[in-house]
Every structure is written in C-alpha cells, then in structure tokens.
Design a protein around this ligand. Structure first.
Ligand code: FES
Length: 166
C-alpha cells in the first residue's frame, strides 16, 4: 500500500525553497515524498480555527475542517473506500483509515516525540516513520519507542459523509 498524504494549505519557508531549488525537485520528491513539502513548523500550517484557512465546504478533496470536526465526503475522497485505505489530514493532525469496512480516526501527533506528518499505514498498522513506533488501529502501541497510545477520535458515517470528532 502506498503512502497517502492529504494536505490542506501550508507553505514553504525561504530556506526550504532554496534548498529545493538547489537539490532539484525530482530528487526531493523521490527522497522525502510529498510530505516534505507540507511538513512545516506549526506556525506555517493553516490552523483550522484561523480565518485565513481555506473556507470550509467545497474543497475539491472532499475534506472539511471546522473547529474540532472533520468531515470527509467519501464520494469525493475515494482513498478511504476500500479496506486498507487511509489518509493523513495534516491540518487536522488526524489519521483516518478504513479497517475491514469500519472507519477509525486518531491523532497524528505521535506520543513519542510529536511527529505528526510522517506516517504509513499497512496491514492495519500505523507506523510513525520518525523513529519507527507502530500502533494498531485503536491507537495502541505495538512497538516503541512510543510508550503511550494515540488518542482516538470518534467517527460517524452518515450516507457518504464520514464525520470525525476530535
Ligand atoms: S515521534 Fe513517532 S516514533 Fe518518534
């Protein structure tokens, strides 16, 4: 299963932009993946509570963040359609996955040392690639160095709308 990253907003710092120009886009993409472009400090990330954030509704990826609620239109955002499908919604610091037809959601802020944007999901396991901690779909630690579980969020499916409450 490939790595899927969902990003809303975010920007590059001058230093990072210069680095990318210097190193070459293709090299960076193949080395770091898409997450590199969107993994910024918290000050660079669009804050769901910030009025400068993209307006809720009508987002082409089907994801709407409003306060503590994340809504995903599954008819638009099809990466969750099949079991094993998953998303990292960086602006909401949220992981979502389809596990055998049920949806699970939890924080993407790793309990080890706070990485929030470096995740993979395979065989019903989330792996924080910062230092290799592995979590089950309930957020429980399967492998350290993390010692504490990821905070789970509630999910509710209504029609084709998946609502996550953080
Ligand atoms: S921050 Fe996730 S394993 Fe270290």
């Amino acid at each position: 299963m490939g790595k899927h990253i969902e990003s809303i907003g975010g920007s590059l710092t001058d230093s990072r932009r210069k680095f990318i120009e210097k190193a070459g886009l293709a090299t960076i993409m193949s080395t770091f993946g898409v997450a590199f472009f969107t993994s910024c400090s918290s000050t660079e990330d669009a804050d769901p509570n910030n009025p400068n954030n993209p307006p809720s509704g009508d987002q082409p990826n089907g994801i709407t963040i409003s306060g503590t609620t994340v809504r995903i239109d599954l008819s638009v955002q099809t990466r969750l359609a099949a079991s094993g499908g998953w998303l990292l919604i960086q602006n909401a610091r949220t992981l979502v996955a389809n596990v055998n037809g049920s949806y699970v959601a939890m924080t993407s802020v790793c309990t080890h040392s706070g990485c929030f944007d470096s995740w993979t999901f395979a065989n019903n396991r989330f792996t924080c690639t910062c230092h290799g901690s592995v979590f089950d779909p309930s957020g429980r630690v399967l492998q350290g160095p993390a010692a504490s579980p990821l905070q789970q969020y509630t999910t509710q499916l209504s029609g084709t709308t998946l609502t996550i409450t953080r």
